[in-house]
Design a protein around this ligand. Structure first.
Ligand code: GDD
Ligand code: MN
Length: 380
């Protein structure tokens, strides 16, 4: 990984089409007013090498893709990758990088918050072989967030930085940066292990690399957004948690299954509380109390999974009710699987009831997880 990048330094063949030495990948969602300005700025800083910019748009309702395509008809170094029916910053970036064969790739936001004048320094570090990944950093000397962040957002960013260091051992002043450049082989080595969840593509890349890449940070000032709004909302903290779980134990158990199982454990508590209230408290018959407890626990499990486990696909409005009904159906079959497995083991083991019960619960839970993911929260 240490040798400089020969493809970048090689002379460009004269006469033929210019192969881009650098691709800038820009994820967009509702950035129509910003793309032309960004292209102009890139043209000013990337003068001395062939390059291209790939906008990866998730079918923005404001028509960003049409604006990019109009630009691309005039400028061969502008490309548009349109993704239909999908959302997600990390995966957009991953697909943008996969769409180019440039030996060096940079990633930056479309909203002009990232200072493009830091790009040449970042690329120079890679081209000289001084780093495998160059990160535009707000938190090293010379960098900053200026007016770009409010106090709450800055505190969150710092807490996340600390957690990234503690949990993933990624030592970097600004691991949350969405502004970075890397050699393609570094990306290729990590791409199949990427979690792809959420916003933290750089962190994901660093935590997924088989060998820790050499990282250098280049300071820049995070600018305030001029047009449009930030798409980062409360889901970001959740996505970050999912990424941390995934990178630490995702090799053995999927992060979502961990969340699902935690929610399931809370359902057991809900079940017992309701059962106790109805059976011991107001003295309903056991069957009635047990049925009511089961339905209540299924409902709270559904609501919690909808908020936590499948936050990125959550149902609302009428869809919430439809989802609930399908969740009941999935769990109903889960009970059949649970009891089927448990009684089969019970019969064949001369009454090892504890083993039979645990096996039944395990099979039922795995069934519920797999089936509800495929049915209740299937990808749109
Ligand atoms: N294709 C696609 N799909 N692009 C998206 C999506 C999506 O679902 N969501 C956001 N984007 C694009 C935006 O259009 C923008 O170009 C870029 O991704 C960053 O989104 P912003 O909404 O502007 O994020 P931010 O400014 O709040 O956050 C920035 O700073 C964070 C550090 O705190 C980003 O650079 C983050 O990546 C970074 O972690
Ligand atoms: Mn932004």
């Amino acid at each position: 990984m240490a040798e400089p990048c020969p493809d970048v330094l090689a002379p460009v063949p004269l006469g033929g089409p210019l192969l881009p030495a650098v691709a800038v990948v820009v994820p967009t969602f509702n950035e129509a007013p910003n793309v032309a300005a960004l292209v102009t700025r890139l043209e000013q800083v990337l003068v001395d090498r062939p390059w291209e910019v790939v906008f990866v748009d998730d079918d923005s309702p404001d028509g960003t893709a049409a604006v990019v395509q109009a630009l691309a008809r005039e400028k061969p170094h502008v490309r548009c990758l349109l993704r239909l029916g999908r959302r997600g910053l990390s995966r957009a970036v991953i697909e943008g990088i996969l769409s180019t064969s440039a030996p060096v790739v940079a990633v930056m936001d479309a909203d002009l918050q990232h200072d493009e004048s830091a790009l040449p320094r970042m690329l120079a570090l890679l081209e000289a072989g001084d780093a495998d990944v160059a990160v535009g950093s707000r938190y090293v000397a010379g960098g900053g967030v200026g007016e770009g962040f409010d106090a709450g957002r800055e505190a969150m960013s710092r807490a996340a930085t600390w957690l990234a260091g503690a949990v993933l051992r990624v030592r970097l002043a600004d691991p949350m940066s969405g502004f970075f450049a890397l050699r393609r082989d570094v990306f290729d080595a990590a791409v199949r292990r990427l979690s792809g969840e959420g916003y933290k593509i750089l962190l994901d890349l660093l935590a997924s690399s088989p060998r820790p890449p050499r990282v250098a940070e280049v300071p820049y000032q995070f600018r305030p957004r001029v047009a449009g709004v930030s798409k980062l909302d409360s889901a970001v903290a959740w996505e970050f948690a999912l990424l941390l779980i995934d990178k630490r134990i995702g090799r053995w158990v999927p992060a979502r299954f961990v969340m699902y199982a935690l929610v399931g454990a809370s359902g057991v508590l809900v079940h017992m509380a309701v059962l106790w209230l109805l059976y011991r408290g107001i003295r309903l018959g056991f069957d009635t109390a047990q049925t009511a407890a089961t339905v209540t626990a299924m409902t709270t499990n559904y609501a919690l999974n909808n908020v936590f486990t499948y936050r990125d696909r959550r149902h609302s409005g009428l869809g919430w009710l439809r989802g609930l009904l399908s969740f009941y159906a999935v769990c109903g079959l889960g009970v059949v699987a649970n009891v089927g497995v448990a009684s089969a083991i019970f019969d064949r083991s001369q009454g090892a009831w504890l083993l039979a019960a645990v096996a039944g619960v395990f099979v039922g839970t795995v069934w519920n997880y797999v089936a509800s993911r495929a049915v209740t929260w299937r990808r749109g």
